[in-house]
Design a binder for this molecule. Structure first.
Ligand SMILES: [Zn+2]
Length: 108
């Protein structure tokens, strides 16, 4: 039996840590955690605020989780085409390529 989809889990988390609009002294509007939140809810709201900022800046599609299951580090994809799969080619990328090479080289 499959668990909830990651999007459903995030949706539920962000529903418990809502954002509001805050106006700073320079009269700039920005998303901010709802007053009265505390603990983990503030952290979740700040993550939500960072996601909104990344979407607004067009950076969201390039924020990725490393494809290496033992890593899963979140990184910013700086490759020209935006198709990188690993956080670093020198560590996770070369490990994956070495594993694929060994699989291919293994006698049947
Ligand atoms: Zn990695």
């Amino acid at each position: 039996m499959a668990g909830p989809e990651p999007a459903e889990v995030l949706d539920e988390l962000f529903r418990r840590a809502p954002l509001t609009v805050a106006i700073d002294p320079a009269r700039r509007a920005r998303p901010a955690p709802l007053p009265g939140l505390s603990g983990v809810s503030v952290l979740v709201a700040e993550v939500g605020r960072s996601i909104l900022a990344a979407v607004a800046e067009g950076a969201w599609p390039r924020l990725k989780a490393c494809a290496a299951h033992e890593c899963r580090w979140v990184y910013y994809d700086r490759s020209p085409a935006g198709r990188s799969r690993w956080c670093t080619m020198s560590i996770c990328g070369s490990r994956a390529k070495m594993r694929a090479y060994r699989r291919r080289a293994r006698p049947a």
